[in-house]
Design a protein around this ligand. Structure first.
Ligand SMILES: *[C@@H]1O[C@H](CO)[C@@H](O)[C@H](O)[C@H]1NC(C)=O
Length: 280
């Protein structure tokens, strides 16, 4: 298998500025069409140029920016790639490539008040995930790294009997382990999520749609402990199988993986006044 195949991939959106957007933005990860991967290696308005990629790698080794698809008003997938070498912070049993919003330093306003987090995921038809494993595709990690206040997972969830691993599951705070919403992970379709996070009342409400459909509320306003500030991650965190104890270092990962996921429409808006964008 060639070097280029040995990658996990994720993708970013190229968005049209014409996309309806009226709420005040907290951060915006929708890339302009003239952005190239190397632009993400230096400080930029979109994503951290340091985290989370494998030791010794640059973001541009993990990101491939493609030209925007003609006629794509809202999003066009651009693969972000990581290799077997993408071992972050000595976590030898994890494979990680995640994008963190540039302004989200763990103590910024993105985890205060009422904010709605938007992102969309699409399967990579060329590089399917291995559903024997558990994957985290989007999550908020608390500032003290002790918990994830929400996680979008897919695959075979560790410690659980996963009925159908080909499912997208939004978990609340992993200390409680509750699934807030789940839906089939269909091929060839963007799955659009918006999570309304109330950092005062400690609640979460999930909105969801497919493709270009408007988002609709798919849960009530649910109690969920979103306290602890922290950082939002978007990407592929592949956990090992058969690990005991500290699974960041123990468990099996096969070599020469070639897996991917596509991301789009990553942004966060201020919903303190109730504003929420329902157009994906
Ligand atoms: C999926 O993962 C398991 C465990 O790592 C591995 O044994 C298997 O070969 C993988 N399957 C494919 C199709 O890559």
């Amino acid at each position: 298998m060639g070097f280029l195949h040995r990658f996990l991939s994720l993708s970013l959106t190229v968005s049209s500025l014409a996309a309806a957007q009226s709420c005040k933005l907290q951060f915006d990860g929708r890339l302009p069409t003239d952005l190239v991967a190397a632009d993400l290696d230096v400080a930029n308005d979109f994503f951290s140029n340091q985290f989370v990629i494998g030791a010794g790698l640059t973001v541009s080794q993990a990101v491939r920016i493609l030209p925007a698809g003609a006629g794509s008003l809202v999003r066009s997938p651009n693969p972000v790639l990581i290799s077997d070498a993408s071992i972050f912070n000595g976590q030898t049993a994890f494979r990680r490539a995640e994008l963190l919003p540039a302004s989200n330093n763990g103590a910024d306003a993105s985890t205060q008040g009422v904010k709605t987090l938007h992102f969309s995921v699409l399967k990579d038809a060329v590089r399917p995930l291995n559903l024997s494993h558990e994957y985290q595709l989007a999550f908020l990690e608390s500032a003290d790294f002790s918990t994830n206040q929400f996680v979008l997972k897919t695959g075979t969830i560790l410690g659980q009997a996963t009925k159908d691993p080909d499912t997208l599951q939004v978990f609340g705070n992993v200390n409680d382990g509750k699934v807030l919403f789940s839906t089939a992970f269909e091929a060839g379709v963007f799955h659009n999520f918006a999570l309304k996070l109330d950092f005062d009342k400690l609640t979460t409400q999930v909105f969801f749609s497919r493709d270009s459909d408007d988002l609709v509320s798919v849960t009530d306003v649910l109690q969920n402990d979103v306290s602890g500030r922290g950082q939002f991650h978007f990407g592929v965190l592949k956990k090992p199988v058969g690990g005991v104890g500290d699974i960041t270092k123990n468990g099996f990962q096969e070599a020469e993986i070639g897996e991917g996921i596509s991301f789009g429409g990553i942004f966060q808006e201020d919903s303190a006044d109730g504003c929420i964008s329902l157009k994906p």
